[in-house]
Design a protein around this ligand. Structure first.
Ligand SMILES: [Zn+2]
Length: 387
């Protein structure tokens, strides 16, 4: 016998526009094991008055399209979590480089599976990890090959090596599986010469990009004054002055974002990771270019990087996605945990509706994928539930 059930959640989202608060989705079920067929989405009070005979069942915090973890470093999944300021934290990870690799990435993928996430954007720093992710059954998204190279003298060689790898890996892509992407790490670990070459290549070949930007407050200080903890650490690590990496002197008119804009990088619409320590003109440039920003609130808190100025991004209509970063800074790879932490870190001003959109529609945009929208006649099983 057909039964009408009104599934409710604190927030309900069918993938179109903004999620609804105190809402529900009415489904028709043929039996107790039938997940049900969607009839209509709506505000709870409207649905209750229109369908007074429907049984109401509250499912939890959110009903949404399959959520996306838009930024991970799966190959760091064996590096224990540590909270520390950004610059010493980078040193902590570098000193544990032997823990990175395929075994850690396999563990990370299992953590994603256990968290019911099948769509991810991962930064791949070890070559053996890429074929593994491209073959991962039941997953989709993008595996971005990470490139570092601050010395412009090495740009040609690194570029040649990178393009050869990417071309080989692209042959392993499968329909609806994980795609190959490219991640020039960030504007202070990739010379301006190499950055331009990599981005031009990605644009020409239609390869998705992720770039870390404006993560730590020391980064803004470095671009503007050429000094501070990060500037010292970078010049020591790469044994090269900043002006050779940037292709210009640091200056008060310079930020990570304005630097990328001047290099023409934003024209390729890279997905930008973090974007915490930005000024308003940075956000205007990001909006003009149509880039999506991925926020990792727990990682930003644990590395003392600050809080995403989400109001600024909202003011200019920039789409925001949600990512966990690695377990080493973000604690877990569970995007539902990240969503709850986002609510706690930002307080009620950001609100659950925005966060649910970040974790779904924002995530798909960040990875260059179409958001799956759910309509009348679709199976309720195509939606996810956060209890
Ligand atoms: Zn990252």
């Amino acid at each position: 016998m057909l039964e009408r059930v009104l599934f409710t959640g604190d927030v309900v989202y069918n993938g179109v526009g903004l999620p609804l608060e105190n809402a529900g989705v009415l489904v028709a079920k043929e039996s107790s094991i039938d997940p049900g067929t969607v009839i209509v989405f709506g505000k709870l009070e409207d649905l209750r008055s229109q369908y007074p005979d429907a049984r109401v069942e509250h499912l939890g915090r959110a009903i949404l399209p399959a959520p996306v973890n838009a930024h991970t470093h799966l190959d760091l999944s064996h590096v224990p979590f540590k909270a520390a300021p950004y610059t010493p934290w980078i040193g902590y990870v570098i000193s544990r480089r032997e823990l990175r690799g395929l075994a850690a990435a396999k563990h990370g993928l299992e953590l994603l599976r256990a968290a019911n996430t099948s769509i991810f954007g991962d930064i791949v720093a070890r070559a053996e990890v890429m074929p593994f992710l491209l073959a991962a059954e039941g997953f989709s998204g993008v595996a971005y090959w990470e490139v570092l190279g601050a010395n412009p003298d090495q740009a040609d060689q690194i570029f040649a090596d990178t393009t050869a790898l990417i071309r080989e890996w692209r042959k392993l892509e499968r329909p609806n599986g994980v795609r190959v992407g490219l991640s020039p790490h960030t504007a202070h670990t990739v010379s301006s010469v190499l950055m331009k070459k990599l981005v031009a290549f990605a644009r020409l070949e239609g390869i998705p990009l992720q770039i870390h930007i404006a993560e730590s407050p020391a980064e803004l200080e470095m671009f503007q004054t050429g000094s501070g903890a990060l500037a010292q650490s970078i010049t020591r690590a790469f044994d090269i002055p900043l002006e050779q990496i940037f292709g210009r002197q640091p200056g008060f008119d310079l930020t990570c974002v304005s630097h990328l804009e001047q290099l023409g990088v934003l024209d390729a619409k890279p997905t930008l990771i973090h974007g915490v320590n930005v000024v308003e003109t940075d956000v205007q440039m990001i909006a003009r270019a149509g880039c999506t920003v991925v926020t990792c609130p727990r990682s930003n808190r644990n590395l003392e990087c600050g809080v995403l100025p989400w109001q600024l991004y909202a003011k200019y209509g920039v789409e925001v996605a949600l990512g966990t970063d690695s377990v080493a800074s973000g604690e877990s790879l569970n995007i539902a945990d990240e969503a709850l932490a986002a609510l706690e870190i930002h307080g009620s001003s950001l609100g659950w509706r925005n966060i649910v959109r970040y974790a779904s529609r924002g995530g798909y945009k960040a990875l260059g994928m179409k958001t799956p929208t759910v309509h009348r006649g679709d199976s309720f099983s195509s939606l996810s539930v956060w209890k």
